[in-house]
Design a protein around this ligand. Structure first.
Ligand code: DGL
Length: 272
């Protein structure tokens, strides 16, 4: 495997850019091929079988692009498909769940952790399972927040509508005295300031994207797959592909990654 090959990162859409952004910050030498499945999102309300089928197709596309490792930068796809696709793959594949769970378990002082995510991620119970495997005396309170993704996609990051919906979702968690909250969906870090305001300073907000980039860096180093800083570069360092609406993706992505998104190419993912 070529250590100077790019890393593949995928999500149902723009949310995974919060993970790509952390990878760019923490391992700036790495090249990235990003795929957002904008034609088929949301993933959060689809079945396990469908998400596994989508993830396999995307991985086939990323393999054609000759990536050396893959990050599933989507909580729903990590919940449903990671184990299956990892078993099928001869290159490293990581998701975002373990990293987020580990950080939360390390951060909690009173052992009460909240998790918010899509209906798929919360329904799968995976965060609870993984955190309780890490530490059996942890209490986990999980809450699906299905309206957060469309609110973020609409750009309503600082809006009274978002405040109202967030406060309804968080009310049930407030009574549980959690001291740590996992933002178990790639879009939610973009609502951080709203969540912070509603929950107060005493609740630690965990963004799995940060730890995922830490995990990727360690994994690449361990397998001698980290890119050589002086390796030659042909073409763009960061390349973006989607299954639909390339222009809309570019404008959203530019807001998250200023200056990094030169072009977004649309591909037919059903061909893979
Ligand atoms: N990226 C998805 C996740 O992290 C959220 C968006 C969707 O439902 O497709 O779960």
């Amino acid at each position: 495997m070529d250590r100077n090959a790019p890393v593949g990162v995928f999500d149902s859409g723009v949310g995974g850019l919060t993970v790509a952004r952390e990878i760019m910050r923490q391992i700036p030498d790495e090249r990235i091929i990003y795929f957002g499945d904008t034609a088929r999102l949301p993933y959060g309300s689809k079945s396990r079988d469908t998400i596994i089928r989508y993830s396999r197709q995307i991985i086939r596309f990323l393999r054609v692009m000759e990536v050396k490792a893959i990050v599933i930068a989507c909580n729903t796809a990590s919940s449903y498909a990671l184990e299956t696709v990892q078993a099928e793959s001869d290159i490293p594949v990581i998701g975002v769940i373990n990293a987020g769970a580990r950080t939360a378990v390390q951060a909690t002082r009173n052992r009460k952790i909240g998790v918010i995510g899509t209906e798929g991620t919360i329904g799968s119970g995976i965060y609870t399972e993984v955190m309780r495997q890490m530490r059996s005396d942890i209490e986990v309170f999980a809450k699906p927040c299905p309206l957060f993704v469309p609110l973020v996609e609409e750009g309503l990051l600082h809006d009274s509508v978002t405040d109202e919906i967030a406060s309804r979702y968080l009310n049930s968690l407030k009574g549980k005295y959690i001291d740590t909250l996992v933002l178990g969906c790639t879009h939610y870090p973009l609502l951080r300031s709203t969540l912070r305001r509603l929950l107060g300073e005493e609740v630690t907000l965990v963004n799995p994207a940060y730890e995922t980039a830490v995990e990727l860096r360690g994994l690449l180093q361990k397998q001698n797959l980290d890119r050589e800083p002086d390796a030659s570069l042909t073409g763009e360092k960061y390349q973006f592909f989607v299954s639909d609406l390339a222009e809309k993706f570019t404008s959203f992505a530019t807001a998250i990654l200023p200056g990094e998104v030169k072009e977004t190419k649309k591909i037919n993912i059903e061909e893979y």
